[in-house]
Design a protein around this ligand. Structure first.
Ligand code: NI
Length: 177
């Protein structure tokens, strides 16, 4: 379990953030947590890629600018129309830079509120839903040593991404015919 950061503006935190931005850009990922670069501190970074926003349908689409979040806290928001919080979860495909070449279907809460500090020590508070909520939950899990397969309900959906892209291109071929 990663430790809170006492001073977001400390020079070594600035260096860590710069290194992580490089790592994330190299991997073309949606997010990264400090423990993934072997630094056990509570720092995550993420964004919602534009392609994701286009994929999600109308109302659900929500973009999120690139964000660095220090000492993040998540609160699950319950949709008043459901009795059980678990009913507020949605399944979605996730991959992780710590598990290269794999992807699986993971249930996540659809609506959350999160807060944390910016690298300047200012407070960020946001509501998030859809992929935005998913990426924040995924990255914050890393701070507690949780990887997405530990959240999966059905491990049989864990696949090699090479298999998934082959299945996808075969599907596409079928639909083109
Ligand atoms: Ni990850």
């Amino acid at each position: 379990v990663a430790e809170p950061i006492a001073d977001p503006q400390a020079p070594e935190i600035g260096q860590l953030i710069a290194d992580m931005i490089d790592t994330l850009a190299d991997a073309a990922g949606a997010g990264l947590a400090a423990p993934q670069v072997h630094v056990p501190l509570r720092l995550v970074m993420f964004h919602v890629p534009a392609a994701r926003v286009r994929e999600e349908d109308g109302e659900a689409a929500e973009s999120c600018p690139f964000t660095v979040l220090i000492n993040p806290e998540i609160e699950i928001l319950n949709n008043d129309t459901v009795e059980d919080l678990a009913d507020d979860m949605v399944d979605g495909l996730e991959a992780c830079l710590s598990l290269p070449g794999l992807a699986g279907i993971v249930p996540r809460y659809n609506q959350i509120h999160y807060r944390g500090l910016t690298p300047l020590g200012e407070t960020i508070e946001r509501r998030a839903h859809g992929f935005h909520a998913r990426v924040v939950q995924h990255e914050c899990d890393h701070l507690d040593g949780v990887l997405y397969p530990m959240r999966m309900r059905d491990l049989s959906t864990l696949s090699f991404t090479s298999e998934l892209s082959r299945a996808e291109s075969e599907e596409q071929k079928d639909s083109e015919q």
